[in-house]
Design a binder for this molecule. Structure first.
Ligand SMILES: Nc1ncnc2c1ncn2[C@@H]1O[C@H](COP(=O)(O)OP(=O)(O)O)[C@@H](O)[C@H]1O
Ligand SMILES: [Mg+2]
Length: 260
């Protein structure tokens, strides 16, 4: 079953975590089970999912330090969102794991650690750090599909070509198939503004079909939900438009996974 998605961009602050959690929220709302694996040492997805208590030795930093079969399963924690959503939390020590050994080892470790751990979930979302280093490479290697997240600023759009090129090179280096399933545009302002014009430019850069619809608008309620540690689907009418967007993006994701 193809269900593992790596959410990635080497640039920070573009909304990888927000999109990861928005999709998790949409999946939960239809009763699907979701595992979010946090591979960013800043642990923002972990924070947004509010696991009650993170036990010693049970984060993605430990998963990469150990790498024995099944270590990921040991690091799964219930989230504060409810029964459908679990999290493998991250912690700042993950930064040290980036420097371990050679890159291939990170992939082997993560693959082994994941064995059997995700069988019970309908969807597995891996929230990556703003890097295309060894740990992100491990996420790329285990993912059935890669979702790029970007925002429609001139700088971010210039970056996205480089990211795609780098992903292809990485795939060649590592001997793995890299499959970018789509590009999600986040923090999209109102139609007609200068930033909105950049959306067309992005379509030109990555190909029209690759840019998923609908775009995620810039809405303060998304930042509030992240800070509050609750799914966006709990935010009612204030989040109505954003909820609809993530519901549609989840449908799009499911379709892409069926094809991959
Ligand atoms: N669509 C959006 N509307 C409003 N704020 C957003 C939106 N997407 C992200 N943010 C805010 O921008 C910041 C960076 O987003 P985040 O998802 O953490 O990015 P990344 O994971 O790529 O570093 C966070 O404070 C987040 O709440
Ligand atoms: Mg993040």
């Amino acid at each position: 079953m193809t269900k593992t998605v790596a959410v990635i961009n080497s640039k920070g602050g573009v909304g990888k975590t927000t999109v990861t959690l928005g999709l998790a929220s949409a999946a939960q709302a239809v009763g699907s089970t979701v595992l979010v694996i946090d591979l960013d040492p800043q642990a923002n997805a972990t924070w947004g999912l509010r696991p009650a208590e993170i036990e010693d030795g049970r984060t993605t930093a430990d998963v990469f330090a150990n790498g024995a079969v099944g270590t990921l399963a040991d690091a799964i924690h219930p989230s504060g969102w409810g029964n459908e959503v679990d999290v493998v939390p991250s912690d700042p020590r993950l930064t040290e794991r980036e420097a371990d050994h050679v890159r291939v080892d990170h992939i082997d470790r993560f693959r082994r650690a994941m064995e059997g751990a995700t069988d019970d979930y309908d969807l597995v979302l891996i929230d990556c750090a703003p890097s295309l280093g060894r740990i992100s490479s491990a996420a790329l290697a285990v993912a059935d599909m890669i979702l790029l997240v970007t925002e429609p600023s001139a700088l971010s759009l210039r970056g996205i070509e480089g990211v795609e090129r780098r992903l292809t090179e990485l795939g060649d280096d590592l001997g793995i198939e890299i499959h970018v399933g789509g590009v999600v545009l986040n923090k999209v302002p109102a139609r007609g503004s200068e930033a909105f014009r950049q959306v067309d430019e992005l379509r030109g850069l990555v190909g029209k079909r690759a840019v998923w619809e609908p775009h995620v608008p810039n809405r303060v309620v998304l930042a509030e939900a992240l800070a509050d540690g609750t799914p966006i689907h709990w935010w009612g009418y204030r989040a109505g438009e954003v909820i609809e967007v993530f519901d549609q993006l989840l449908t799009r994701l499911r379709r892409a996974l069926r094809r991959s």
